[in-house]
Design a protein around this ligand. Structure first.
Ligand code: NAD
Length: 305
């Protein structure tokens, strides 16, 4: 599996004409970074406010995806879900782009729809990759996202310089859909170990252990994991994390739930039984239902204390 990390200076693909579709919380910052890297960015979003913000960051704005795609070298999309992605590509993008354009969908969507969209593009003679991201709004703004890319070697080679202008790492995960597969498997693991970390802290406290003391021990013992050492759910313990900001910002519970649902859907399709993944989905679903969807996902510890 080829692994490629961002080689500074950026801009190997500078001066390209790029359509950007979906300029919300994530896409807005990503499009701005393409502008900074020297590309001509042609933006389309259903929201007027998103288009105005994109214009202020140097994008040209258009009133349809098809118009934005006219004459471009590449398309990047950052949309809410698979249905919207499939519809945007099949009803507008695929017909509108020049045949040598590279199509890059960075949204988090289900594996099956990512594969279906790439197949539709291929039938029309177009290269497409799925390139979901790790990293939230701050990383999108800072250009420090990690991209997990699914597509042919050739499609990856063409997408890579554009993705490098928006991220710190670009990793080829295999054929179409494999970027999404990597993303949901990673986030399923993240959901599971965050709940595990929260339970360990809750039990430690109930047994009379000081959280900082437990952190000092477990973070250098076999229980250590990213949820503990980089993103501790207990305020005042470990490096600064959303817990230190009353669980504001960070990675929203609603987005964690979305990814866990995608993972469980994929598991069902693949005939894989995911006992911990399924339990994590149930736990986050209940937390989301109790009106906590906007809180960082590490706030799950509140249900245990
Ligand atoms: P968002 O809702 O802020 O942005 C989505 C944008 O897409 C909106 O501006 C909306 O108007 C636009 N849109 C919807 N349908 C459209 C269409 N048919 N044509 C054009 N524009 C359309 O969402 P976001 O937080 O930016 O997330 C985008 C994607 O990134 C999602 O798939 C999400 O799962 C993924 N993601 C988000 C985060 C995060 O922290 N926010 C982190 C990683 C991945």
């Amino acid at each position: 599996m080829p692994l490629s990390r961002n080689a500074k200076p950026r801009g190997r693909g500078a001066d390209m004409k790029i359509a950007f579709i979906g300029l919300g919380n994530m896409g807005g910052g990503m499009a701005a970074n393409l502008v900074k890297a020297g590309h001509e960015v042609r933006a389309f979003d259903l929201s007027e406010a998103a288009l105005e913000a994109a214009q202020a960051k140097g994008c040209a704005t258009f009133s349809s995806a098809a118009e934005a795609c006219d004459g471009v070298d590449a398309v990047v999309s950052m949309l809410p879900n698979g249905q919207i992605v499939l519809s945007a590509y099949t009803s507008q993008v695929i017909d509108a782009v020049p045949r040598d354009a590279i199509l890059i969908d960075c949204s988090t969507i289900d594996v099956a729809t990512a594969r279906e969209t790439a197949a539709k593009a291929r039938e029309a003679g177009l290269d497409m990759v799925d390139a979901p991201v790790s990293g939230g709004i701050a990383a999108a703004d800072a250009g420090t996202l990690t991209f997990m890319v699914g597509g042919s070697e050739e499609a990856f080679r063409r997408a890579e310089p554009i993705l490098q202008d928006m991220g710190k790492a670009v990793i080829h995960a295999g054929d179409a859909g494999n970027g999404q597969a990597a993303k949901i498997c990673n986030n399923m693991l993240l959901g599971i170990h965050m709940i595990g970390t929260a339970e360990a802290f809750a039990l430690a406290q109930k047994l009379g252990l000081d959280p900082q003391t437990f952190f000092d021990i477990s973070s250098v013992s076999s229980g250590q994991c990213w949820s503990m050492t980089s993103y501790c759910p207990v305020p005042g313990v470990g490096p600064k994390s959303p817990a230190d900001n009353d669980y504001q910002g960070g990675f929203a519970t609603a987005l964690m739930l979305k990814d866990l649902k995608l993972a469980m859907e994929a598991a069902q399709t693949a005939g894989a039984e995911m006992q911990m993944g399924e339990r994590a989905r149930e736990i986050y679903e209940a937390f989301d239902r109790d009106d906590n969807g906007g809180l960082d996902f590490s706030a799950i510890i509140r249900t245990l204390q």
